[in-house]
Design a protein. Structure first.
Length: 252
């Protein structure tokens, strides 16, 4: 069982790594931007994991699925989504697309994790509260892994009711935010020290260095990785200032 994941603050990487470990199957875990990610298709059973964005798939994940359209036929796919509060049919969005290319969806889970939107006050909690959220997520994933070892795969986010919840609960309201990459990433040139951490971290190579400063393009997939790692909190996306850099390491 191999896995492909997109992770910004580390939430999704943590969950998929834990599930693979607890299931105990041989396999490799690949970041979606890795040059070796195509090796995931060497196994017939693949996990795809990503953070839910407004009850939808990050555009980089959608691009990856479409780019590899010919690879999905008869592959057994298990889906994992992480969320700060509400997912709806976060797994279902990818499942419907994958089915078009002949994939067999074996199940899915949607796991609540600390909020990763660094420049918004909503959903923010104390470090201790976020540690409790991670501990509960770890407990759930451990239980789910035990079920999966016995062939009992959960189907969270894959039902018709989940589809309706995701569609009417968020996607219709925030449709324009998830239909493509965004050009709204903002970098404060006065705060930027030109360290290049953001450019190296960006999974879409949307950030470039020019004249000792970071500059953003129009290919942001809203993962918040650059924002959560910037040492000067110089980068924002949805908000105007960084409220908290919520990397998973703080809560482990």
């Amino acid at each position: 069982m191999n896995a492909v994941y997109l992770s910004g603050t580390g939430n999704t990487k943590h969950i998929v790594s834990l599930l693979i470990d607890k299931i105990g199957k041989d396999g490799n875990i690949y970041p979606i931007e890795s040059e070796e990610v195509d090796k995931a298709f060497e196994d017939d059973e693949i996990i795809i994991a990503y953070p839910t964005q407004f009850s939808n798939i990050p555009y980089l994940v959608r691009d990856f699925i479409i780019k590899h359209a010919s690879e999905w036929k008869d592959k057994k796919i298990f889906l994992i989504t992480t969320m700060g509060l509400f997912s709806g049919d976060g797994t279902g969005c990818a499942a419907r697309l994958l089915k078009k290319y002949g994939a067999v969806i074996t199940g899915g889970i949607q796991v609540k994790m600390p909020d990763s939107v660094c420049d918004c006050k909503a959903l923010k909690k104390t470090v201790e509260q976020n540690k409790a959220i991670v501990n509960e997520a770890d407990r759930r994933v451990t239980e789910i892994a035990a079920r999966m070892k016995d062939g009992d795969y959960p189907n969270e986010g894959l039902s018709v009711l989940d589809h309706a919840a995701g569609l009417f609960g968020q996607r219709l309201w925030f449709y324009n935010k998830t239909t493509g990459y965004t050009s709204k990433l903002k970098i404060n040139s006065e705060k930027c020290i030109g360290c290049g951490i953001c450019a190296n971290a960006c999974p879409t190579k949307n950030i470039k260095m020019a004249n000792g400063k970071a500059t953003a393009g129009n290919q942001c997939t809203m993962c918040y990785r650059c924002i959560s790692h910037c040492p000067k909190q110089a980068i924002t996306l949805l908000g105007k200032e960084v409220v908290e850099q919520a990397r998973i390491e703080k809560y482990l």
